[in-house]
Design a protein around this ligand. Structure first.
Ligand SMILES: O=c1[nH]c(=O)c2[nH]c(=O)[nH]c2[nH]1
Length: 312
C-alpha cells in the first residue's frame, strides 16, 4: 500500500527580533519571537526532493528582519498580519501561513533627574531613561495569525499571568468515593498561572487596523478584575467568570480558552510545635497540580481555538 503524505508545514521558528524606534533620545522597543509555518503545494519536496516549490526557511527568517525595518512593529498582531499576507500572496505554492508571536515586555528604568544632585532618598524626583530598559511584564503576550488567502483567523492571548486570592475561595460538596481524602475547604488560597487565548471574530479589515494594544490591555484587565471579584467555589467557576467578563465587555471577541493550573497551597500542621495556624502558614506545592481548562463562547460562535492551546 503506498504511503500518503498527510498534513505538513514548514518554516523558521523563534526568530528573535528587537526593533528600536529612535525619537531623538527617547527610544521605544518591541521584542518578539516570531515563528512561521507555511503550507501549500508541497507534495513534490516530500516525494522526490524537488525544491522547486520551497521558499527556504532561511528566506522566511530574513523576511522577519526586513519587515521589522520596512513596516516597523506597531503590535505583534499587525506584524503577524503583514507577514502572513506576504507569504500567501507573493508565493504561488504557499496557500496558508500561520505566524505565532511571543512578545517580551520592557519598561523604562527610572533614573535621578539630571542636575538634581545625588539622589539621597527614594522619594527624590526621578524621570524615565530614554534608552535604558528593564525586562518587565507579569506575563508573556502571544498571538497567532492564520491566513489562507481568503480568511483571517486572529488569536491573541497571554501565558503565565500568575494570580492569587488569599481568601474568598472555597471548595466543598464534591464527589467522594473510597479514594477521596481531600478535606472540604471553606477558606482556601486560590492561585493559578493564567494561560488564555481569545479569538477576534469579526471579518478582518485593515482599514483602519484595529487598536491591538488597547484590545490586549482591556482583555487582560477584564481577566484580572473577574479573578479578583469572583467569590469562588471552584477554579472552574472562576474560569467561566473570567471568560464571560471578556466576552461581555469586548464585542469583537467570540471565543476565549483558558488553561489554569491549580497551584495548591496547603495549610501546614503546626500542632507538633504547639502552634496554631489560623490560615496563616501554607506550603506552596508545585506538583502535581490540578489543571482546569475550558472554552467560553459567544452564543452561536464556532469553537476554533485548539483544545491544547499550543497545538493546532
Ligand atoms: O477548584 C477546584 N476544582 C477542582 O476540580 C478541584 N479538585 C480538587 O482536588 N481541588 C479542586 N479545586
Amino acid at each position: 500500500m503506498p504511503a500518503i503524505l498527510g498534513q505538513n508545514q514548514y518554516g523558521k521558528s523563534e526568530n528573535r527580533v528587537v526593533r528600536i524606534v529612535r525619537d531623538g533620545g527617547i527610544h521605544r522597543l518591541k521584542d518578539l519571537s516570531v515563528s512561521i509555518s507555511l503550507s501549500g503545494d508541497m507534495a513534490e519536496v516530500h516525494h522526490s526532493g524537488s525544491n522547486a516549490h520551497v521558499l527556504p526557511t532561511d528566506t522566511t527568517k530574513n523576511t522577519v528582519y526586513a519587515f521589522a525595518k520596512e513596516y516597523g512593529i506597531e503590535s505583534a498582531e499587525q506584524f503577524g498580519i503583514h507577514l502572513a499576507r506576504h507569504f500567501v500572496t507573493s508565493q504561488q505554492h504557499i496557500q496558508r501561513a500561520r505566524i505565532r508571536i511571543e512578545e517580551y515586555a520592557w519598561e523604562r528604568i527610572q533614573v535621578p533627574m539630571p542636575g538634581a544632585g545625588e539622589a539621597t532618598t527614594f522619594t527624590e524626583a526621578t524621570e524615565a531613561s530614554g534608552h535604558s530598559f528593564v525586562r518587565s511584564g507579569q506575563e508573556t503576550r502571544v498571538c497567532q495569525i492564520t491566513y489562507d488567502g481568503a480568511r483571517w483567523q486572529i488569536i491573541s492571548g497571554l501565558e503565565d499571568l500568575t494570580v492569587m486570592n488569599s481568601t474568598n475561595s472555597e471548595f466543598w460538596g464534591y464527589v467522594k468515593d473510597r479514594y477521596t481524602t481531600l478535606q472540604e475547604a471553606y477558606d482556601r488560597i486560590l492561585a493559578t498561572d493564567v494561560s488564555a487565548r481569545w479569538r477576534h471574530g469579526w471579518e478582518f479589515d485593515e482599514n483602519p487596523m484595529p487598536a491591538w494594544e488597547d484590545s490586549y490591555a482591556q482583555a487582560k484587565r477584564y481577566i484580572l478584575q473577574a479573578f479578583a471579584e469572583t467569590y469562588s467555589y471552584s477554579l472552574q467557576q472562576t474560569l467561566y467568570a473570567m471568560g464571560s467578563r471578556v466576552l461581555e465587555g469586548m464585542e469583537g471577541i467570540d471565543e476565549i480558552r483558558f488553561s489554569l493550573p491549580n497551584k495548591h497551597h496547603f495549610l501546614v500542621d503546626l500542632k507538633p510545635f504547639d502552634l496554631t495556624n489560623d490560615h496563616e502558614v501554607y506550603l506552596a506545592a508545585d506538583r502535581p497540580f490540578g489543571l482546569i481548562e475550558a472554552t467560553v463562547l459567544r452564543d452561536g460562535a464556532a469553537a476554533e481555538i485548539p483544545v491544547d492551546l499550543t497545538g493546532g
